[in-house]
Design a protein around this ligand. Sequence first.
Ligand SMILES: [Zn+2]
Ligand SMILES: [Zn+2]
Length: 344
Amino acid sequence: MIFEEEDVKAALLTRTGPAGDGIIELMDVPVPVPGPGEVVIKVTACGVCRSNLHMAEGEWIANGVPARLPLAPGHEVVGRVDHLGEGVDWLAVGDRVGVQPLWDTCGRCEYCLTGREEICHERLITGEMVDGGYAEYMLAKAPFTHLLPDEIGDVEAAPLFCPGLTAYSAVEKAELSPAKRVAVFGIGGVGHMALQFALLSGAEVVAVTDGEAHGSLARELGATRVIDSAADDAVALLGRMGGVDASIVFAPADEALHSAVEATKRGGAIVLGVNAVVPHIPFDQEKRLLGTVIGSRRQMNEVLRLAASGKVHAVCESLPLDRAEDALTKLKNRQVRGRQVLVP
Ligand SMILES: [Zn+2]
Ligand SMILES: [Zn+2]
């Protein structure tokens, strides 16, 4: 256990701007002090999310994100419990734990009370409103801290806490079953997890992606079919297959959503997990468009159970904390296969 007066390292976003311009600095910060119901975690792994890039480049300033500067980004965090705040008696120092983007919620609104706490108006997002895991130590709310099953290593566990959770929640909304066919648009950090959860439902899963790297990853993970949207007309090919019952969109491009709306059969669902301009949707075909964002604690526990049993895994590469900005730059330049994970 570290002493509270010691300084530790954090990779802090000091200003918003283009990744690569020196916007993240490795700085000395005090060890956080846990209040009642909180824990301090010694971080061992933190995934690098595309939303970290959006925030760092200033795209979300209008939404009040980042809430302050400097700030430690990072919301897919794994580590060991290092200090317990008052009243936390169900965790112990040394426990392996993880923290997802949902850092805290009000616990009493209509969303919190109906299993949709991820859309609580008072939600606090890890690494956007409060310091996240681009750091050696991080503060967390104990009820939002998940115990990690022994079967999963730290680095491979980190991406379960955002891409894994986000993908799982999206696949749940798509209401898949063995007789259905689904198209997953975008096989990046989240998409490659969505593909695996969709396959677990027994449905036929078509991956729509561009470029050979993402295509080969989709094939390795067991996609029934892979369509390279850069080389082929995805809508025409999906149409020839008879269309899809559902589409899940994680590709950060308007065309992906347009293709998904076209390719989805009448009455089908289009699950959207990125910002995109919504195209014309003919009302008389009863197609449903559903937004999806991260997920609840119930869903997080289910993701951890599935990963512990070996049914899904995150494909990742690790790099040291002082390369945080390089990681964002690589993500921006589309040079990442699966997920990058920072290791302090
Ligand atoms: Zn994320
Ligand atoms: Zn709430």
